[in-house]
Design a binder for this molecule. Sequence first.
Ligand code: NAD
Length: 422
Amino acid sequence: MNGARQRSLHQAAVDQFQRAADLIDLNDSYREILSHPKNEIIVNFPVSLEDGSKKVFTGYRIQHNNLLGPYKGGLRFHPSVDLDEVKALAAWMTFKTALVGVPFGGAKGGVTIDPSQYSDEEMRRIVRRFTHALGSNIGPDHDIPAPDMGTSSQTMDWVMDTYANISPPGFRQSVKGVVTGKSVEVGGSVGREEATGRGVLYSLRHWCGENSVRLDELSISVQGFGNVGGYFAELAADAGCKIVGVADHTGTIANEDGLDVVKLRDWVDQHGGVDGFHGAMAITTEELFSLDVDVMVPAALENQITVERARALRCRLLVEAANGPTLPEAEQILMERGVDIVPDILANAGGVIVSYFEWLQNKSARAWSFTDVDARLRDLVWQAHDRVVERRAELSCTRREAAYVVALDRLADVYDRRGIFP
Ligand code: NAD
């Protein structure tokens, strides 16, 4: 599955922005700065497990860039987490926040762990001890984590509570914004949980408008049925799309007449995965990537669209809900085959957009309505797409390159004005 990981994911991320930088003749110093994270924090922390043993875990927080605002990015709990992966994910955050125009920089963090191997109580201890180890390296105006693979609003509630408890008493009420993606009861925003999936759907709607295609006539396959893929599939089915194939870590299923996504969600809640779902047939992973669909949405791990899969795909559009799902050589094949790609930094930016709204609500101690959150999310996604379409037409480049150009335009403008210290 992760066969392509021998090559550096971070280097692939750097290569991606360098191609866009070439198009606008970006200043060499800015290229050099953006090719490296500003800070790489690695912590090894011990946790007492329920059998009485102690285990040392390794956690990361990579702060890529904070030119436009506090470092911002998720925390991933997964066995594949390593320094290279987190560096790539942190860099993508810098370009994503710049692209959609929210006043944040880019960061990412995580712990190398398989959460399914630990009890809830052990996970609570692991999250709290990791937060303690990060200490003042995070903060509401400095570096603001959020959920990613393997973490949830519960994780964020524990991070916030731990951070508040290690803050001086007079500051404890003002540090809610140290993380976003908290549960609504603890200070989260309505609409944050499904924001990434909703942003993916807005991206698809924008693409439909641009290409005079009806959304409710699309057939779609989705890899990943977690926070992003699950909500996206539900929202897309609700909008009239036919979800014909879904994969997660337990299995891959298909139904050419369209899956009942609400029933599938219930099944996954009860059984822990899509495997065995009644009302669909089991297919292989490779069959998912060759289903005859209009749109394929990878919403799981990186490096899933390999060269072989790029040749097998029969879709017209790939919407990258996951970060970094497409290998560069595979992208080349997709371009040659005329498959359009909505790139990750654009397609999945809904999460960080609503995280920004949550942070604003925490700062002002006010709660916005769902209607407000959703309308503003749609506006920011739409504006970013419009800008990408404009820059793409001006530069005759790919949609991914244009997305990076929009981000680099903003970063370069601010570097030009602020200069490089000293
Ligand atoms: P999640 O942990 O909620 O769900 C991950 C899903 O992927 C699960 O359904 C899991 O079963 C599936 N999966 C794992 N390994 C798989 C495999 N080998 N084959 C098929 N399916 C597999 O994670 P998420 O938050 O939905 O994140 C998914 C992707 O979206 C990641 O790339 C993440 O960085 C990106 N993303 C997430 C957010 C967010 O707000 N959560 C925001 C932007 C981008």
